[in-house]
Design a protein around this ligand. Sequence first.
Ligand code: ADP
Ligand code: MG
Length: 481
Amino acid sequence: MQLNSRTAQGRDSETFPSGEAAGDTDLARQWARVRARMQSEIGEVEYRRWLRQAILQGVDGDEVTIVLPTKFLRDWVNKEYGAMLTGLWQAENSGIRRVDIRARPMSRGEADGSLAEKAPVLAIDQGGGPRREPDDRADSAPPLDVRFTFETFVVGKPNEFAYACARRVADGQAPSSFNPLFLYGGVGLGKTHLMHAIAWELSRHSANSVTVAYMSAEKFMHRFISALRKQSTIEFKNQLRSVDVLMIDDLQFLIGKDGTQEEFFHTFNALVDAGKQIIVSADKSPSDLSGIEDRLRTRLSCGMVADVHATTYELRLAILEAKAARAGADVPGKVQEFLAQKITSNVRELEGALNRLIAHAHLFNRKITVETAHEVLHDLLRAYDRKITIEDIQKHVAEHFNIRVSEMSSARRARNIARPRQIAMYLAKQLTTRSLPEIGRKFGNRDHTTVMHAVKQVSMLAEKDSAFSEDVELLRRSLMI
Ligand code: ADP
Ligand code: MG
């Protein structure tokens, strides 16, 4: 690095302390010109909003490093203006090949201290990310995913209602009947994508900056517990209550976490009473979220509840087409149809399969065909091809727990029999397309409510007890092979 931030900082970068190396001065002048060009290209308003705080940190070989105060700004500038900045730099200095845009590393105090002061959107956590310890969060809080915007969201019958609701809230003009907005549906169907899209949109269009706090319910809990430990709950409460929009992803995580649920309930009320928007996602509707306190359930239901349904063949096809085009990959229609037919579980898996195909084609410099798809995705496809029956499940689970298969249908209620039976019912619901009454019939003509109870019971136990959850997961996987 040849330059420190002080000499090239802000608008004063053209006045230099005497004695500065000539190369540095040149660079700083070039930076000043790049900024001036940027300003005239994108207009004063946008420039002030996104780039005013950019600092030239230095140059290393053919790479210029520019630093922004937050990760959010970094991502935004990268996405929207990265290419333009590189072009302008190259025009100024033909020796520059790349522009590296970074966020200033936060000091811990800063990271803990405030939710957001200047940044219009604050992303505290990304949904579905790896588990982290509470104290780990300051450095690792990832920004919103730049790929999750409305532009990249493919709309079809299964998600059009949720999409329309999300759009409405993202306008910032939604009536109070949209508060809270409760999005629910199975995994990998686009809930987190829609939430991030709302946050991006709010930040893009709101005239005054809107503070959005986005976090998973898990992160909410970690932060709350950490505040309790540090005796800073008042600060925590105040921070959360000062935002304009609060998004909590995967609320089902709060099932059985009573203290955190209570805290969320109070935050929720305070924000709604102050006319602030709340957006929540979960894997089930408020009425099906067992283990949530009734008063919270009631409040969650009283706004707009929108479900994201499982994908249809048409939607899967449209998503594949859009993603292939975006990746600039030549994926023949036949291959898209093949994938859309085969990979039916969720969009995440569909996307994963497409990415694997594309990566394989690049790596081996081969065309993508139905044959290569078969070859590359054989493990995945085999799992889909195999139709799992209720009988398979009963046999497998009975073996695992060392009980007789006939006990699956018997009337015995001893726990060492009843629990495996419940697990088998749960797996039958998960892994087959059979309805609750059909499943009930296969388990000694039991009522569908018994099956429903079993499904809830097993989900709840899995939430609470990680050893139990691993056991169930192991069974599930072994059935899929
Ligand atoms: P969820 O939060 O419901 O589990 P995500 O929002 O994480 O699911 O979505 C999983 C993946 O599928 C993401 O990469 C997301 O971009 C993609 N995806 C889901 N639905 C759509 C859609 N309708 N259009 C484009 N991509 C989608
Ligand atoms: Mg999610």
